[in-house]
Ligand binder design. Structure first.
Ligand code: ATP
Length: 299
């Protein structure tokens, strides 16, 4: 079960590489059995996190030769701060996260977590320090309680129940025929996209890693679900260094820093107010989203 859990948080990314159902468990096992592209150096020490700072220094990266996806990307997230990344589809946002988890190595530059170059440390120990709320959460055919427990398999029922509460899933639980013990997943109760993300948030709360990555769902959620997710995230983000891949500006307004990626380059970075006053890419994006949004967001 532990082996099953360990890569679970990362699957949100690789799922997109599997055509078909996210919950197709056989595909998932096939995927987990694949040889990873990047391995820890032999005898690599475990990451000893002295602080939870995350830093990209002049990172360039290409999946294939002759097509550079990230060009000289630099940014840092101080411990306890929240960085939001915005940019058009294909700008390279998810690629940043794949590099942070060291699914790939950058071609040049450095990625540091807690001031350690991630290439020098044991991969599993790096990934242990990062909790992820992916776009697509996998639910196993099991009870809600057990689905949340995947966040930390040795968590007690009380700890799991508390994580469910903190993830604002209690109202849902109250409506379920067998409460926490209701089966969810492919053959059980189908949860909405927003509810599934809150299951991920509950798992992340249980995992209690100091660094949090939130990959916002692209599909539009109703504003009640969105608010519930944002509220749950805000509560856990306070304790974490967070990296948020954002599609809606409601997620970024309260970020300490916003990074604007355009065709793999950082074209702007700053707070919401700073970027609005620059009247550049972010300000344009903001205006467009304001026009097209039915959300009542106040800056
Ligand atoms: P979106 O908002 O649509 O999720 P994104 O900003 O997260 O987009 P990425 O997923 O990082 O963008 O992709 C950046 C570029 O890298 C895209 O052009 C994409 O086609 C390419 N890319 C992503 N994954 C791979 C891969 N495994 N192999 C080759 N190219 C890839």
């Amino acid at each position: 079960m532990i082996q099953l859990f360990m890569p679970l948080g990362f699957l949100g990314f690789v799922y997109r590489e599997i055509k078909g159902s996210m919950a197709n468990i056989e595909k998932m096992f096939e995927l987990l059995a694949q040889q990873p592209k990047v391995l820890s150096p032999p005898g690599a020490p475990a990451l000893q996190l002295r602080n939870s700072k995350v830093e990209f220094r002049n990172v360039s990266f290409s999946y294939q030769a002759q097509r550079t996806i990230l060009h000289n990307v630099s940014f840092s997230i101080e411990p306890g701060q929240k960085l939001a990344v915005v940019g058009a589809s294909g700008a390279g946002k998810s690629t940043l996260v794949k590099l942070l988890f060291r699914f790939y190595d950058c071609d040049s530059g450095q990625i540091l977590v807690g001031s350690e170059d991630i290439r020098d440390v044991d991969q599993a120990s790096l990934r242990k320090q990062i909790g992820i709320v992916p776009q697509d959460t996998v639910l196993f055919n099991d009870s809600l309680l057990e689905n949340v427990r995947y966040g930390r398999v040795d968590a007690s029922d009380e700890e799991v129940t508390e994580a469910i509460r903190l993830a604002h899933l209690e109202a849902l639980v109250a409506q379920l025929p067998e409460g926490h013990h209701t089966m969810v997943g492919e053959r059980g109760l189908k949860l909405s996209g927003g509810e599934k993300q809150r299951v991920s948030i509950a798992r992340t709360i249980l995992k209690a890693a100091p660094i949090l990555v939130f990959d916002e769902a692209t599909s539009s959620l109703d504003s009640k679900s969105e608010q519930a997710i944002l509220q749950a995230l805000r509560e856990i983000a306070r304790e974490h260094t967070s990296l948020v891949i954002a599609h809606r500006l409601s997620t970024v307004i309260d970020a300490d820093k916003i990074l604007v990626l355009h065709q793999g380059r950082v074209v702007e970075q700053g707070s919401h107010d700073e970027l609005l006053s620059q009247q550049g890419h972010y300000a344009t994006l903001w205006q467009v989203q304001q026009q097209h949004s039915n959300e009542s967001v106040t800056p």
